[in-house]
Design a protein around this ligand. Structure first.
Ligand SMILES: *Cc1c(COP(=O)(O)O)cnc(C)c1O
Length: 354
């Protein structure tokens, strides 16, 4: 090992169990976009499947297909529901339908593409209302016409509407309450027109944990599954989820006594961090200079070859990804996501909890 991102899959399983307990009757859609928040989609999906997760939120087609590939050969894998919500073309819609993915549809053009795909399989779609985030989704004033168009396609056998969904800003409770009211109105209109219940889903990590009324049928949760707490929000102990990844490097000490690790900004550590605490077998030390490919570490009491933890769960005195993020005004996901794909991932089962 010189630099490695270690992922503790038992800690991941413990987070999943915690999420299941919090959600109650709602089902967890494990969000695995961006290569499972840089933790590696294959091992994450397989472990989640073994732990009973049956829904995956994959963002784009490539990730959706990667989830299917990860589960290839698992018993009953066809039962996995894989939700994608960023399809770029009609060709992608066809591929998604062929792979049996659930498709989030947030604009009229994509609805037509999906309906026109003429795949042998009927496309399962979740219609998206824009409840204020303005990222995508159909604006409330166009919602009734959009729903009616979907109904036409369903009656023609081209699509099956199975869900209604939106995404929250999570900027303030008041804004989210406003979004939820718009969501409820849109869902009721849809269910009235279709004459049946469909799956409702609205919240991600933060609102799913903090606000029971936001959980509905499905809760799309990424960050908390990886143990990444929100900046400035509740801590790990309050949430009951803990970081599952730690970035490690081996300490080198020159004959003149300069100690460093072979990891720096080119491996993805933000250069704005400059100095921060790291974990070692001897406890917390400071990283005092962050270079491009090497960084200097306070080395008192340490020996060449010792392991240095750049960020992790705090076990050896290191900061968490969110601790580091808070010092430079970003979110923990940003710290983990920047770890270069050239840094190898290693999967292990260490301990379920701190
Ligand atoms: C990323 C994402 C999520 C998960 O958000 P977390 O805060 O990581 O739980 C849920 N839904 C959508 C649409 C997303 O893009």
């Amino acid at each position: 090992m010189s630099v490695v991102l270690r992922v503790d899959l038992d800690a991941f399983a413990a987070n999943l169990a915690r999420i299941r307990a919090v959600l109650g009757d709602a089902q967890h859609v494990l969000v695995v976009k961006d290569d499972a928040y840089a933790h590696g989609v294959g091992p994450i999906v397989r472990r989640a499947w073994a732990e009973g997760v049956r829904w995956f939120g994959a963002f784009d087609l490539a990730t959706g297909l990667a989830v299917r590939a990860a589960l290839d050969g698992e018993p009953d894998a066809a039962a996995a529901r894989v939700f994608v919500w960023m399809l770029a073309s009609r060709a992608e819609a066809v591929a998604a339908i062929r792979a049996g993915l659930d498709i989030g549809v947030g604009d009229a053009a994509l609805l037509e593409d999906v309906a026109a795909a003429h795949a042998p399989e009927v496309a399962r779609v979740h219609l998206k209302i824009d409840t204020g985030l303005h990222r995508n989704g159909v604006r409330p004033e166009g919602w009734a016409a959009f729903v009616d168009r979907a109904l036409v396609h369903e009656r023609a056998g081209a699509v099956r509407v199975v869900g209604v969904w939106s995404h929250l800003a999570e900027a303030s409770d008041a804004e989210d309450d406003h979004a939820r009211a718009a969501f409820d109105a849109a869902a009721s209109l849809l269910e009235g027109r279709f004459g049946r219940r469909v799956l409702r889903h609205l919240s991600a990590s933060a609102a799913s944990f903090a606000r029971p009324e936001f959980r509905y049928d499905l809760a799309r949760i990424g960050a908390f599954a990886y143990g990444i707490r929100p900046p400035g929000g509740p801590g790990e102990d309050a949430l009951g989820v803990y970081p599952i990844a730690r970035l490690e490097a081996t300490l080198d000490i020159t004959r003149t006594g300069v100690a460093s690790v072979p990891v720096g900004s080119l491996h993805g550590l933000p250069s704005t961090l400059r100095a921060f605490p790291v974990g070692t077998a001897g406890g917390r030390r400071m990283l005092t200079a962050l270079g491009e490919t090497r960084s200097v570490i306070e080395s008192d009491g340490l020996a060449p070859g010792d392991r240095v933890v750049l960020f992790g769960r705090g076990d050896d005195g290191e900061a968490t990804a969110t601790d580091l993020a808070e010092t430079i005004g970003t979110v923990g996901e940003e710290i983990v996501l920047r770890v270069s794909p050239l840094v190898p991932r290693r999967y292990e089962s260490v301990s379920p909890r701190r």
